[in-house]
Design a protein around this ligand. Structure first.
Ligand SMILES: Nc1nc2c(ncn2[C@@H]2O[C@H](COP(=O)(O)OP(=O)(O)O)[C@@H](O)[C@H]2O)c(=O)[nH]1
Ligand SMILES: [Mg+2]
Length: 202
């Protein structure tokens, strides 16, 4: 995985119709850490002890897939104006772009809040594949993991097995989505069109 570019606004992202996965989550949820795990690199994405530091959209490429690292939302010290701007950035990516999948990161020790529900609802409404990645499971005792998974899944209206716990199973889920895509059939793609398009919702 390589860093591609940073932009302040979704309208400045490339218009090449690659399969895109939007990574979203509360500030400090472990999104940068997860991106580094996906990349198998220690410091591709900036891991911070201070929440709320990324306001840009960072794009990464892994083969023909683009990962969009969206600004972390729900940062307690952000002003109302800043919070609204971040939410608008997230909204514009999810609503105005042809996103292939949304991966919402959720700290395993926390229940989803209004912002998580908002992201789930936009994804469902737009028929975007919706994945939940549970972070910080190492902060739980072994016997707490299963009940937490169950609770998290049911609060999203998902099955327990839908909750993703590590970068390896995340990548295999993304692989599966991309393979399912009808746009993968190159013979049916008009000249100059993208090879990979958004698959049908699961
Ligand atoms: N124990 C534990 N700490 C984590 C994990 N993921 C992230 N962190 C820590 O949580 C803090 C925020 O992580 P970061 O990746 O910068 O979160 P971001 O704001 O969502 O990008 C850092 O201190 C990380 O070291 C995890 O899976 N387990
Ligand atoms: Mg970060």
């Amino acid at each position: 995985m390589n860093f591609e570019l940073s932009v302040p606004d979704a309208s400045l992202l490339p218009d090449d119709k690659l399969f895109e996965v939007a990574l979203v989550g509360r500030s400090n949820v472990g999104k940068s850490t997860f991106i580094n795990q996906l990349a198998g690199q220690k410091s591709l994405a900036f891991v911070s002890k201070t929440p709320g530091s990324t306001k840009l959209i960072n794009a990464y490429r892994l083969k023909d897939i683009r990962f969009l690292d969206l600004p972390g939302f729900g940062f307690a010290k952000a002003s109302k104006v800043e919070a609204r701007k971040l939410e608008e950035t997230i909204r514009s990516v999810l609503e105005d772009r042809d996103i292939g999948a949304v991966a919402l990161l959720n700290d395993m020790r926390r229940s989803p809040g209004d912002l998580e529900e908002w992201i789930r609802d936009i994804s469902f409404q737009r028929g975007i594949n919706f994945l939940v990645v549970a972070t910080k499971s190492d902060k739980l005792k072994k016997n707490e993991i299963k009940p937490s998974l169950k609770k998290l899944a049911s609060s999203y209206g998902l099955e327990e097995s839908d909750i993703i716990l590590d970068s390896k199973s995340f990548l295999s889920r993304i692989n599966r989505l991309v393979r399912l895509s009808p746009g993968q059939d190159l013979s049916s793609a008009p000249a100059g069109e993208a090879k990979i398009k958004r698959p049908d919702p699961q």
